[in-house]
Design a protein around this ligand. Structure first.
Ligand code: ZN
Length: 302
């Protein structure tokens, strides 16, 4: 069987010469491990322990089309993350210089169908809200919210923003460093950035690794699906942010509602037990200070 489609390959394949892949966080090419999930290679940096997948080591490319929103991640987009949205609003509120008059400009990079923007528009009725996403904007949008169909690279707007938010996007990008530098271009000198991504040291990830080692690889393959190219830890994300000249104002996290998870299962009983397991792991994660999502807020340091 070709290594490209072997689901059980562990660590390095010594027969196939591998291109040295540099860690997107620290630049090291020293890898602690490299695992073939069947859909991609997942590398773990031997210096900073960040896990990542290089784009040329993905065997089937992710396409961000309507199917991505309506089928693959149906539950995620159908169940807004209100707990997370509230935390984001509280973070903005703490940033008094911007919210004194409430009429700040905010950009949501990768806003999906605008669920977060809708929440913010209610929380801060005077705010000016713009979102960009690769998908089609929804038709029933509040006229105060502008959503543009665009990639971030092609986004031409020259205006500067008081707040830039990006939830569940940075893990999809092969070059998170460039992403942060591009955000910097759109940010006011005293502006705030809020990034939300999965915490790869949450107990759910650890359980998936243990299950894979005993032969149950599905949760691992799901978490390390190649649509996520970077799996940030609570060390690797702050390190990336500080290295690009930002200072961190807040670090925290939140779990997501179980109903928003797209857990692949063949029967209702299987789905029940998967969800029960995930719920317990989320609870454990909260106790240990590692909920499923990590939230980092930061500003320009100069
Ligand atoms: Zn590294």
């Amino acid at each position: 069987m070709s290594i490209w489609f072997s689901y059980d390959e562990v660590a390095l394949d010594l027969e196939r010469p591998l291109t040295p892949q540099a860690c997107p966080i620290c630049g090291s090419t020293f890898l602690e491990s490299k695992i073939n999930t069947g859909l991609c290679f997942v590398s773990k940096c031997g210096e900073c322990f960040h896990e990542f997948t290089s784009q040329d080591e993905v065997f089937s490319k992710e396409v961000y089309d309507e199917l991505y929103f309506e089928e693959t991640h149906k539950n995620w987009f159908a169940n807004p993350q209100t707990k997370l949205f509230k935390k984001i609003c509280k973070l903005i509120e703490r940033h008094k210089a911007l919210t004194k008059f409430g009429d700040f400009d905010l950009l949501d990079v990768g806003c999906g169908k605008g669920a977060l923007l809708k929440y913010i528009s209610t929380y801060f009725p005077k705010s000016n809200l713009t979102g960009i996403d690769l998908g089609e904007p929804p038709l029933d949008l509040d006229p105060r919210i502008i959503i543009k169909k665009s990639s971030f690279d092609a986004f031409q707007e020259t205006g500067s923003y008081d707040v830039v938010v990006s939830t569940a996007v940075i893990e999809h990008l092969s070059n998170p460093k460039d992403f942060l530098l591009r955000i910097k271009q759109f940010l006011n000198s005293d502006g705030l950035i809020i990034i939300v991504t999965v915490d790869s040291t949450t107990p759910l990830y650890i359980a998936a690794k243990i299950m894979r080692m005993i032969g149950a690889g599905l949760p691992f393959r799901r978490l390390y699906d190649p649509h996520h190219l970077n799996h940030f830890t609570k060390d690797s994300l702050p390190r990336l942010v500080k290295d690009q000249g930002f200072k961190i104002c807040f670090s925290g996290g939140v779990n997501v509602p179980l109903k928003s998870l797209d857990i692949p299962s063949s029967t209702l009983i299987q789905e029940f037990f998967y969800k029960l397991g995930v719920r317990n792991l989320f609870f454990l994660g909260s106790l240990l200070g590692h909920p499923f999502l990590q939230i980092l807020a930061f500003k320009k340091s100069e």
